[in-house]
Write a protein that binds this ligand. Sequence first.
Ligand code: TNX
Length: 696
Amino acid sequence: MKARQIWRAAATALASLALAACATMPAAAPAAIIPAPLSLAPAGGGFVVDSGTPIVVTADDGEARRVAAYLSDLVERTRGLSLPVTNAGRGIVLRRSAAAPVGAEAYRLIVSPGGVIVEAREAAGLFYGATTLWQLLTAPEAGPSIPAVRIEDAPRFRWRGLMLDSARHYQSPAFIRQFIDTMALHKLNVLHWHLTDDQAWRLEIKRYPRLTQVGAWRVPAGAGPAADIDPATRRPRLYGGFYTQAEVREIVAYATARHIAIVPEIDMPGHASAAIAAYPQLSVLASPSRTVPADWGVYRNLFNVEEDTFVFLENVLGEVVDLFPGSYIHVGGDEAVKEQWDASPRVQQRMRALGVADTHRLQSYFIQRMERFLNARGRRLIGWDEILEGGLAPNATVMSWRGIDGAVAAAQAGHDAVLAAWPTLYFDNRQSTRASEPPGRGRVIGLRDVYAFDPAPAKLTPAQQQHVLGLQANIWTEHIRTEPRVWTMAFPRAAAIAELGWSPPAAISWESFSARLPAQMARYRALGVPVSDAELAPPPPPPGPKHRRSHDLSTCADKLVLSLEDDAPVRGERAVFLIDIMQPCWIWRGADLTGVRAVGAEVGQAPFNFQIGDDVHAIRFRPPATRAGELEVRLGCEGERIAVLPLAPAASNPAVTELPAMAIASRTGVHDLCFTFTARGVDPMYAIQSISLIGP
Ligand code: TNX
């Protein structure tokens, strides 16, 4: 007991010393709170929290008791302290109070030598106050004593979100819950859940069981998966999964308890191939494909506009509304190429009957019908910015992904908007040039780029800015195949989204944010969440003078650069290539050829599984001289060809193959080496894994 008191006194003294030292630093830095609070005033002394410190709630406040239990559990898991929840005593008081700051999400947090008080008008505010307290308890300087402080806090925006694509790749319910947990610790409050797409339908709909029986399963693209025979069916093994309604109800309750609204997305009228494979009568075509496709990109498949199809979609939305209690239902609306509608006599006939002049207006008619259905059930429709084309539904909210123009147009028309702008808020982009980055889109969007996103663009007048509900980042998962990779792509970039969405403009400072980042990284470690260390890791050593991986080379153009995962082997480690699929061509700038006698290469093949329409004809190759084709090495892309490496050894190996090195004439000095493959077509597409210059 004695020893403990002395330790406490020492800790308190240390803490106040630390505080004195911190007084000259920016206010937000020592507290290491992300997102930074609206206001924070350090005070004298501190309060010791140790095992046994009670969390005190009034007996009749069930909400406060729930927040207390949540906080106690979190502190136990991440600090190893066990804080009992009680109805009396000196410790951490959680209370709802009419004297608390105004706003459902606002709270006040006071730490003084006498104890901690978290107060808010509503449960959400209390919850956010508790997460801030948890951050104080897990800041690097958090010893047994937390420094005295007074925090008054409230969010800048109402919509602070992440979109997770569970269609392209499936994540387990356990993952979704942990993802929700982690969002909540950032005061993020919207999970936009992308549940249907061309490549899968992931939500159980009782009335239409084939949506998940058929629509949730596909054979992944490429030769590897095609040859991976499932002994049970003697057909290629299917990839997929879906969420049962029971699982969804659990997930929704879990999110609700963490003050996160789930906005489900049922994509229409495009991105509909999986639904059409399950119920071909929904198609514009007479005999559509009965299998769920596995290519990425934009399919031409649209729902038809028969009355039965609207009834089908309304029945689906009826079940969706029953499952998801939040205000917003997302109906997609993106990338609906109108080709099939334009070409179909039956669709044209329906358009005449409906009095709709063109197919853009038909999309508008379609979305408006869905809006009427949702509004009648007390819900609001939200869609991607294409729902502006052909006329916006009267009460719709626009999710602006093609830059911020959709938000500008929506706000000008008096509609609400959410910013989800490509490319900065697209977390399928890689976050550094390191070869260890998970696969993704090739553009580099680092933490700092995300943090620099302006959620109040000057292009919007102050009145229009009132219509911006907030922002979200989108985690599209074409190239994010596994759960650990979702973590890495999402965090800590989502911490920047949280701060942009919550903190006041005056608190937005990269210097301050990056000073708070190490504490946040320690929290991720304590939570067991495998996030990206791209921002804090030392820069990778410069690539060697004789060996380069594709990520260390430049692409010759910047058309559609992907960091693409090999499709083979089907199980186990796969190679990742940096490749511009519209112009597969790599440059090693300034290669020193002095003494180099031969060039070697490791190459892999990626299935060309991209629906890019006529753009595919713009991908050009030089003609091959041999059956399997060749890798050609030139001095500059139009210059002298100095080596030809036949691809025959790679032709029968779907995984990475080391080609025999080819001798080159001796040269001196530095040169730009250009690498291209000869080919007759795009599929499969060869890619460079690495190049070696072989010396004397
Ligand atoms: C465009 S953004 C899409 C998605 C893709 C994404 C890939 C939007 C509304 N549609 O279907 O997954 O690009 O980055």
